[in-house]
Design a protein around this ligand. Structure first.
Ligand code: NAP
Ligand code: G4F
Length: 327
């Protein structure tokens, strides 16, 4: 059984590949050529990197995708590639739309052309809820995105549903709430915090500049969430599912817990910097994953406090060993 992953060099691509290797699947992944570190997270895991078959391509380049689909002919496709940083989507809206909307359309068209009987997973996001109405957001909650990123993910979500309905394709959307890990990109708030806490503890950094500390997110562990993605493609019928923990915490909660892990008080180190405030903020997210729990028999394992501790410890260990950071 062959799977093809776009976005294989990112956080989720990494954990999904590890899961697939464990299940003895043949893993193929699309990578963008880069002047230095083409293989992202994989640069730090050479043993497993050897087991993956990589192909140069870009989701905004349909020609490159056609050639990969034609030669690999995978049974399952996980489309994870995206300009995934919300903040950047205001400064690079065109790239965000090109990669996240047109890129998804390109992936769907290659899929339809070369493996119409295969299965396709699309990485949708809780950012589509944006200005939330419901205390707990589920598959039927109103979607009102608040950033170019959120708008792009909503357009891609509907494009997937439209392809499913128009061409009778197996295409499923995972509406995933925030999920993190020691391999999270360093610009996202959780990893920015865990890395700073580790550096401060080791005397390598003096303060931590953050934006909105009151924003609330439903944070889970990437390693748990990739299992839900995989399970979506083991179903008989395609569908859309919310994947979340059902708990919400503020950025301040995260920062406080992270500093407590190393016996420090965040108030002595955290300063707010308007540079990190967003033109429009998603103030509150909390997901209801009842459908995924019932239909996929999935549930998150790692709790909030465990996640924070896992990330801070990983950064502390890496820095203490003078090893390069995961990303
Ligand atoms: P990530 O770590 O930022 O990884 C993004 C991946 O997309 C990287 O491999 C990146 O490659 C690749 N990529 C970007 N532009 C591309 C292009 N034009 N062509 C080919 N590849 C491209 O993101 P993640 O956290 O793993 O998230 C995976 C997916 O889930 C994304 O679609 C994200 O929007 C979505 N999502 C994430 C979360 C979350 O909390 N993590 C929640 C909901 C939805 P490079 O290494 O070359 O940059
Ligand atoms: O970590 P963040 O940048 O993640 P955000 O915007 O929630 O997006 C992530 O989750 C989405 C799922 O809902 C994904 F679709 C998306 O791809 C990405 O993975 O910011 C989280 C919160 C925001 O409210 C932000 O304003 O943290 C707040 N924040 C406060 N200070 C900060 C900072 N965010 C960042 N990145 N950096 C700060 O200094």
């Amino acid at each position: 059984m062959k799977i093809l992953i776009s976005g294989i060099t990112g956080q989720d691509g990494y954990y999904l590949s590890l899961l697939a290797l464990k299940k003895k699947l043949e893993v193929h992944g699309i990578v963008r050529r880069n002047s230095q570190k083409t293989y992202g997270v994989w640069e730090y895991d050479p043993t497993n990197k050897e087991k993956i078959r990589f192909y140069y391509g870009d989701v905004s380049d349909k020609t490159s995708l056609d050639s990969i689909f034609r030669s690999v002919k995978p049974e399952m496709v996980f489309h994870l590639a995206a300009q995934s940083f919300v903040q950047e989507s205001w400064s690079n809206p065109e790239v965000t739309y090109d990669v996240n909307i047109k890129g998804t359309l390109n992936m769907l068209n290659s899929f339809r052309e070369y493996i119409p009987d295969g299965k396709f997973y699309n990485a949708c996001s809780s950012e589509v809820y944006g200005k939330v109405e419901d205390e707990l957001q589920n598959e039927r909650s109103r979607m009102w995105p608040r950033s170019p990123y959120g708008v792009s993910k909503l357009a891609a979500y509907w494009t997937c549903i439209n392809y499913r309905e128009s061409y009778d394709l197996f295409v499923s959307n995972g509406i995933l709430f925030n999920h993190e890990s020691p391999c999270r990109g360093v610009e996202f708030v959780t990893r920015k915090i865990s890395l700073a806490v580790a550096k401060i503890k080791l005397g390598l950094q003096k303060e931590l500049k953050l934006g909105n500390l009151e924003a609330k997110r439903d944070w889970g562990f990437s390693g748990d969430y990739v299992l839900a993605m995989y399970k979506m493609l083991q179903q008989d019928e395609p569908d859309d599912y919310v994947v979340a923990t059902g708990e919400t915490h503020s950025v301040k909660d995260f920062v406080k817990t992270a500093f407590e892990t190393v016996d420090l008080d965040y108030k002595d180190y955290v300063v707010t910097d308007p540079k990190y405030l967003r033109p429009a903020e998603v103030q509150y997210l909390r997901g209801d994953s009842t459908k995924a729990q019932k239909k996929l028999n999935w549930k998150p394992k790692v709790k909030f406090e465990e996640l924070v501790e896992m990330m801070v410890k990983a950064d502390l260990e890496r820095l203490s060993r003078h090893e390069a950071s995961c990303r």
